[in-house]
Ligand binder design. Structure first.
Ligand SMILES: [Mg+2]
Length: 197
């Protein structure tokens, strides 16, 4: 049976919130300012324009959405052993990456995390490139079509309740919500628990 494992990127395979925090620390000394901006960021899911306005108002630079995205990407640090573990998984199953966001930013994050060569180019789905975002049902359907597998043979792993858990399940996939950024051990454990071991 042909099986596939699909991973979210931000806060699943990379610690995106830690990278955002590093940006805050580089630009703002005041803990209350950092906390307010962190709240507006909402783990990357908050509206970008109010965040950027507040960023500037608090004395930070005048950044565009793309510039902030790249700043965050540059602060990403690889999770030790993760790339090797995913390469190992890829020997047995199709693995894919499904991420909402801009092409340049998400690809820069993948590169910084050392994961850009782990996923084959035709198995990376970034919303700006695809034209659909999670949790749009058309995205999950398109992925199954491209993989040539049924939804029931796909396992989706990610941190977002709607994008990576409820959405994929509605599309007929199996899904696991990651409780924290994945490491080598948690990837292995999740796959084993889901019968992909
Ligand atoms: Mg995420």
């Amino acid at each position: 049976m042909f099986k596939a494992v699909l991973f979210d990127l931000d806060n699943t395979l990379i610690d995106r919130n830690q990278a955002f925090d590093r940006c805050l620390h580089d630009e703002f000394c005041d803990p209350a300012t950092r906390a307010a901006l962190r709240a507006l960021d909402a783990g990357g899911h908050g509206e970008r324009l109010p965040l950027l306005e507040a960023w500037r108002r608090c004395g930070g630079r005048d950044l565009t959405v793309a510039q902030l995205g790249l700043e965050i990407a540059l602060k990403i640090q690889p999770v030790p052993e993760l790339a090797a573990t995913l390469q190992n998984v890829a020997q047995r199953f199709a693995i894919g990456l499904v991420s909402n966001g801009g092409s340049r930013t998400q690809r820069a994050k993948l590169q910084r995390a050392g994961l850009d060569l782990v996923f084959s180019p035709d198995r990376i789905w970034i919303s700006e490139e695809v034209g659909f975002s999670k949790p749009d049902a058309r995205l999950y359907a398109l992925i199954c079509h491209r993989l040539g597998t049924s939804a029931g043979d796909c396992l989706f792993v990610g941190d977002h309740e709607l994008h990576d858990f409820a959405g994929p399940r509605l599309a007929g996939m199996r899904a696991r919500q990651a409780e924290s950024v994945l490491d080598s051990e948690s990837v292995t454990r999740i796959l084993r628990e889901e019968g992909f071991g």
